[in-house]
Design a protein around this ligand. Structure first.
Ligand code: SF4
Length: 465
């Protein structure tokens, strides 16, 4: 029997890339690959790239420079190392990568991971293989299911892709070009995936998609189902204690999603709803297709359905043409909504997007100052939100042993890390925790008296959040 080959994947960016990396591992395990934590001793290194952050391609080339040295070392010791670039930078700049980086053997776009084994075989003949088309077939039909031991090793939370691509064409964003048009997976396939995960110990499912609430997959009745209906179906699967979804667009929040928040205890009351700017003028320039008022109305609908709901968001500061007044409107909106968390970034152009051609740029100094002010505001909101948990008893889904001996860490409904002293038996259970204090972003507490598992309970898992 041939010894297993070693695979190292370095993944950047969003949850979708984390999920894709796992599916690549599943695909390549059928080819005799096992994962290794170090690139240096790998037979195959995959850089699973992200195009969202600033200077994404520069970072890929500098990482490839480091890998070239590792590849040369491997060759000197008589071992062949192959290097693949996957993800959105591969999709956007595949030919350029092949031209500029001779160290790369394979370039594969996000819609073609199921072809990785073939591309590798081609690379093993000495050819360099590139695939960045959007193939006609559905990659999900070809990707193998993860093995039960791989699911268990990945822990009690899992991502499931339900939708890919985006038709919105915000002027700053590369996703519609790198991930293609919106495609939704059929309900039956998603249900099968979730059942398999739940059967192997997964308790929390996050449905992911670039524009997840535009989901419109074929339902079990042959009709198109919206996300809310899909969530209702998944909540029925035994073992699923918690449900989440990400990332949503304000324009696609339809009634079934609001109803799901009202009716499903398993659906966590924490919604990531990017707004990007609090100025209608800038939202129009971004082609977000909604106004500040529309956004506020959506927030109100969620809040009317579930009072304890909290929000996170994404903001871009310094979009071309953003004035002081526009930025003040962003601060005003953030103040008004009151976020539990948010991600904010300075605008940086992505080649090929309409915003990259806009000339009214904001100075670096103004961007820095605006980012600092916005982040200061969001930090204070987040810290107030976290402090409000002190003295309360909250449900925590326990995930793993913490770094401190004897501590187990889990997450609240709002994804706040929460630590308690307890035995590892509680991993995988949702238990009430009395929160005593806050250390930076982590809550510290103790299991509420009713939560201590008796010996008879300790081998069971609870089913509700
Ligand atoms: S909705 Fe999101 S993914 Fe789609 S173009 Fe806009 S920012 Fe990009």
């Amino acid at each position: 029997m041939k010894p297993p080959r070693k695979l190292h994947i370095k993944s950047y960016g969003c949850q979708m890339n984390v999920y894709d990396a796992q599916r690549m591992v599943d695909t390549l395990s059928g080819e005799g690959f096992v994962e290794t934590a170090s690139a240096d001793d790998a037979d195959l290194v995959i850089l699973n790239t992200c195009h969202i952050r600033e200077k994404a391609s520069e970072k890929v080339y500098s990482e490839l420079g480091r890998l070239r040295a590792a590849k040369e070392d491997a060759a000197r010791s008589g071992r062949e190392m192959r290097i693949a670039v996957a993800g959105c930078v591969a999709q956007a700049e595949g030919e350029e990568i092949i031209r500029r980086a001779p160290v790369v053997d394979v370039v594969v776009g996000p819609q073609s991971y199921h072809h990785l084994p073939d591309l590798l075989r081609r690379a093993e003949t000495g050819a360099r293989a590139i695939e960045t088309e959007f193939p006609a077939e559905d990659k999900f039909a070809f990707l193998p299911q993860p093995r039960p031991d791989a699911i268990r090793a990945r822990g009690i939370s899992a991502f499931v892709t339900v939708q890919e691509g985006c038709d919105k064409f915000c002027t700053f964003c590369v996703v519609p070009y790198t991930r293609g048009a919106e495609v939704s997976r059929p309900v039956a396939k998603i249900v099968d995936d979730v059942k398999r995960l739940a059967d192997n110990g997964v308790r929390e499912i996050t449905l992911i998609g670039q524009n997840v609430n535009a989901y419109h997959g074929e339902g079990t009745d042959g009709r198109s189902w919206p996300l809310g209906k899909l969530l209702h179906r998944i909540a029925e699967i035994p073992g699923v204690a918690r449900l989440r979804y990400s990332t949503s667009h304000p324009n696609d929040v339809e009634e079934s999603l609001i109803a799901a928040h009202r009716d499903l205890p398993a659906l966590m009351p924490f919604v990531h709803l990017p707004v990007q700017s609090g100025s209608d003028r800038i939202l129009a320039a971004m082609n977000r297709k909604h106004t500040v008022r529309d956004y506020r109305k959506v927030i109100d609908r969620f809040r009317a359905a579930r009072q304890d709901i909290a929000f996170s968001s994404d903001f871009i500061v310094g979009f071309p043409g953003e004035t002081r007044e526009d930025f003040s409107a962003t601060l005003a909106l953030a103040t008004q909504i009151g976020y539990a968390a948010a991600y904010s970034f300075k605008y940086s152009p992505r080649p090929g997007t309409p915003a990259a051609e806009m000339r009214e740029t904001v100075s670096a100094a103004d961007m820095d100052e605006r980012l600092e002010r916005l982040q200061g505001l969001i930090d204070s909101q987040q810290s107030a939100f976290n402090k409000a948990a002190i003295g309360n008893t909250v449900d925590v889904l326990f995930e793993r042993a913490a770094r401190n001996p004897g501590q187990i860490v889990g997450r609240t409904a709002y994804l706040q890390p929460a630590h308690v002293m307890a035995s590892a038996d509680i991993i995988g259970q949702v238990l009430p925790v009395r929160i005593d204090s806050l250390e930076r972003y982590s809550l510290l507490g103790e299991l509420a008296p009713s939560a201590h598992p008796t010996p008879a309970e300790s081998s069971q898992t609870t089913t509700g959040a």
